[in-house]
Design a protein around this ligand. Sequence first.
Ligand code: FEO
Length: 166
Amino acid sequence: MISKKMAAAIGDQINRELYSAYLYLSMADYAEQEGLKGFSVWMQKQAAEEVTHAMKFHAYLGDQGARAALKAIDAPPAKFASPTALFRDSLAHEKKVTAHIHKLVDLAVAEKDHATQIMLQWFVTEQVEEEATASDILAKLERIGDDPRGLFMVDRELAARGAGGH
Ligand code: FEO
């Protein structure tokens, strides 16, 4: 059994993961409008992955016989400055998510809640990967600058995520 405080904190994280999915869907729509289908595919895959994160937390609460109030999900921004800004915003967002995951770990440690600490390890590792991926793509886009040929090359690469790439 986990504490009510821990369950509520996990509930807030479920909300953040679903917001993340919403944010990536909005980014996918922006990319689609810009004619960048590969960016859009990548963002849709990311949105789906965020839903699996929310489901993982939700399943954990269920396994612990706990329940958290499900709150309203904020609307994501509808506009983005540029294709490069998508990954700049994504990296900034993932850093915030990482900080929240670390706070959850701190709470689990403070409560001597070993089971939750172990469950959270997966997310700690996942966040390292998510930040690294966003950071790599951002670096590539920043090198390309305004070169449309470079942008379409990255777009093709991002489309490959649908074929099992990351
Ligand atoms: Fe679920 Fe992008 O962290």
